[in-house]
Design a protein around this ligand. Structure first.
Ligand SMILES: *Cc1c(COP(=O)(O)O)cnc(C)c1O
Length: 471
């Protein structure tokens, strides 16, 4: 925005720019809560910003020194305020997507976050064997429980499932050929693409079959003396439908066995407990793959499993031993926060009947439509009197993160139509609330999907919406 009387091409008056010391001496700067050495860096930047505004004749404030000083100070204080607050913030998820990768996937169980605090605010036995008093191995913290709940011979944990696939391929198939079906060359959220992961793992991908059909014979024809393993990938975020064929895991187990190469299955989301008990269609659990004889299985710990970001590798002992001896593991290993979260989350699986109470992901999967409707009506009642049209509506939720991609989970949403305010503005104000509220806009209405909103979050939403008009 140009100041009207500056359009005549006259030179800007740079002498009104205050020296750094004037900013540092300003009464509100010392109270800003950060060290003077950082304030100097910030103040220099903001002086520079206003200098270039003046030079470009884009400074729109009053052209005098005291006014400009005040503007620069306020500009510095805004940056300092932003710096001294948290940048990773709590969000209320009104999207209805249970495992929303952009919103941090699975919220942790209270048992897990408490265990993280307990373990990380103190020292812990991350790599110390309390039995013998000698150096221990971090992975032992979760090995036994993973083996118990999946039936696997051994297990190892890394940073995420992408790292798990990379490590498995690099450990077992390095410089060898790995056949994989053309129908399973998945891309997960842009950064995980199977062909690239295979290249990074230093294996030679051998594509077999076609996009819609792959037969056992295609794999048989691809097997040579240079084959290092067979890879099967769960088509997590899509389905090949119509005229299709893929090879069953049983057939692949037999084939891999006959050729004495490992069969590797990237399972994607880690389903440990049958989800049919919560009213969903059958999705095979990890144990079924172990029992079918798959040599190595990988899955994420922060998808359906409901834990922290990690990749879990389970399988036959001799293969896991080779994987544990790969030096790459050092670069992919998890830290103590992750182990603490997994330790506590996996333990919840020892009592599957109590998972709906103890594990947020399962609680959200299982909550009934009538309960969601009650919460929606409750929210609307508490917001009566505001210039808002509201309605509780039938809608759907999704699992998210490539789990159960075709499953439309019935849900309820509260629909908002603000009066005298655009839905975009309403949405923006809620994103800027504390905690931030993230919903979505559909046909010029704003929606909060209730399946991913906890009962104790309803009063927070009510308060934030009231504040839009009452402050
Ligand atoms: C999600 C997924 C991945 C990537 O897992 P991250 O834990 O996000 O690294 C890889 N493969 C499949 C089949 C997946 O579903």
């Amino acid at each position: 925005m140009k100041h009207p009387d500056k359009e005549n091409g006259s030179k800007p008056d740079l002498s009104i720019i205050p020296p750094l010391q004037d900013i540092l001496n300003h009464s509100s700067i010392p109270a800003s809560g950060i060290d003077i050495k950082y304030i100097k860096i910030i103040a220099d930047r903001h002086i520079e910003k206003f200098r270039s505004l003046l030079l470009r004749q884009e400074y729109s404030g009053k052209p005098n020194r005291s006014f400009l000083l005040e503007e620069i100070v306020q500009s510095c204080l805004r940056e300092i305020k932003d710096l001294t607050g948290n940048h990773l913030n709590r969000v209320i998820n009104g999207t209805g997507i249970i495992l929303h990768t952009n919103l941090g996937r699975a919220p942790l169980a209270p048992a897990a976050s408490q265990h993280i605090a307990e373990v990380t605010e103190n020292y812990c036995n991350l790599e110390f064997d309390l039995e013998s008093g000698r150096r221990g191995e971090r992975n032992t913290v979760v090995e036994d429980i993973i083996c118990l709940i999946t039936g696997a011979g051994d297990a190892v944990v890394v940073n995420n499932n992408a790292a798990a696939v990379l490590l498995v391929l690099n450990s077992l198939c390095r410089r060898k050929e790995v056949p994989v079906s053309r129908g399973e060359l998945v891309e997960i959220g842009g950064s995980f693409r199977m062909p690239e992961v295979m290249k990074a793992g230093m294996v030679k991908m051998v594509e077999v079959g076609t996009t819609n059909k792959t037969h056992l014979k295609d794999y048989e024809d691809a097997l040579t003396a240079r084959t290092g393993g067979i890879l099967k990938v769960h088509t997590s975020n899509y389905r090949v439908m119509g005229f299709t064929a893929s090879v069953s895991l049983d057939d692949l187990v037999n084939l891999a066995g006959r050729h004495q190469v490992p069969l590797i299955y990237d399972m994607g989301s880690g389903v440990i407990e049958g989800i049919e008990q919560w009213g969903y269609p059958h999705e095979p659990v990890a144990r079924e793959y172990v029992e079918a004889g798959v040599d190595i299985i990988t899955f994420s710990a922060d998808k359906v499993l409901g834990g922290a970001q990690a990749g879990i590798i389970i399988g036959k002992e001799k293969f896991i031993r080779t994987i544990k001896n790969n030096h790459l593991l050092r670069a992919l290993r998890c830290d103590k926060l992750t182990y603490a979260a997994l330790d506590a989350t996996l333990r919840l699986y020892l009592d599957p009947g109590a998972l709906p109470e103890n594990l947020p992901v399962v609680a959200m999967m299982r909550i009934s439509i009538s309960e969601l409707r009650n919460r929606g009506n409750d929210m609307i009642n508490k917001l009566k009197g505001l210039p808002l049209r509201m309605e509780v509506k039938d809608t759907f939720s999704q699992m998210g993160s490539g789990a159960l991609p075709l499953e439309k989970i019935p849900s309820m949403a509260v629909e908002f139509m603000p009066i005298g305010m655009s839905v975009n503005n309403f949405s923006r104000k809620l994103r800027h609330a504390t905690p931030a509220i993230v919903g979505y806009i559909e046909r010029d209405t704003y929606l909060l999907n209730l399946r991913t909103i906890r009962a104790d979050e309803i009063p927070l939403i009510v308060e934030s919406i009231r504040k839009i008009w009452n402050s």
